[in-house]
Design a protein around this ligand. Structure first.
Ligand SMILES: Cc1cc2nc3c(=O)[nH]c(=O)nc-3n(C[C@H](O)[C@H](O)[C@H](O)COP(=O)(O)O)c2cc1C
Length: 234
């Protein structure tokens, strides 16, 4: 699949076919691609904890949800994912790397970082997984762990205290699901997001060509079936 098609057709999938798992070599390929994502100073301060075993996934959901509460639609759908990947960032690798001579011997102090590159890089790796999943014919979703559940996730999976839980990537074969209500906001137009030379000057490019997002006017991307009927184009 062309990168353009993968980027345009990717969407967050929140319900999976429980009968179809992710082959181990496919999972390995997705994880390997994620290690190719860029990282500041090539510090590569990210770790992935792969939960492909049903017992591990059950432990994840037990650690992140209230056992007394009935599962809502989101949770019911997400629990069908055959793979969850915890994406962790590792600030100390950046503090060490940027204390090296070629990075200006920056003091090992997180407060000196206007942008936490460890979280940026972990997000880039997660994005690479999402695109690799499309390429493999899979669906995926990036989602966060509620702050009050981080401690339980650390305990359940032995995550060291110096790692940050940036989020989770679910992977699996997509099943029909409901449009996220967030999508009602609509996509911000390019002319509003991109500024031409100076902030506030709208970008006025020509028409963008290439594979279409099936949710948007223009229909399905080349070679892809339209999404389920309950996900009409917005
Ligand atoms: C940093 C980040 C956190 C997100 N957290 C959640 C989440 O907790 N639950 C969820 O269902 N989706 C989550 N999403 C997915 C967004 O809702 C989704 O990307 C957005 O609505 C646009 O939809 P699309 O990715 O399908 O185009 C998150 C996305 C990002 C980038």
């Amino acid at each position: 699949m062309e990168l353009l098609d993968a980027a345009r057709s990717r969407r967050m999938v929140r319900t999976y076919d429980p009968a179809r798992g992710v082959p181990h070599d496919t999972l390995t390929r997705i994880l390997d691609l994620a290690t190719r994502a860029p990282s500041a100073g090539f510090a590569q301060g990210r770790d992935f904890v792969v939960l492909a075993d049903p017992g591990d996934r059950e432990r994840f959901w037990a650690a992140t949800t209230d056992p007394g509460a009935a599962p809502d639609r989101w949770l019911t759908g997400m629990r069908t994912a055959p793979v969850l990947v915890l994406c962790l960032s590792d600030p100390s690798r950046y503090l060490d790397r940027y204390a090296e001579p070629d990075k200006g011997r920056r003091p090992r102090d997180e407060s000196l970082w206007p942008v936490p590159y460890w979280d940026v890089d972990t997000g880039m790796a997660a994005m690479t997984m999402l695109l690799a999943a499309v390429d493999a014919g899979l669906g995926s979703c990036f989602f966060g762990v509620p702050p009050e559940r981080h401690a339980a996730v650390r305990t359940a999976f032995g995550v060291p205290e110096d790692r940050r839980i940036v989020g989770v990537v679910s992977l699996g074969h997509p099943a029909p699901d409901r449009r996220s209500p967030s999508l009602r906001r609509g996509r911000r137009p390019l002319a509003e997001v991109a500024h031409d030379g100076r902030f506030g000057v709208p970008w006025t490019g020509g028409t963008v060509t290439g594979g279409a997002d099936p949710r948007e006017p223009g229909g399905a991307a080349p070679g892809r079936a339209p999404r389920s009927a309950d996900r009409p184009p917005c």
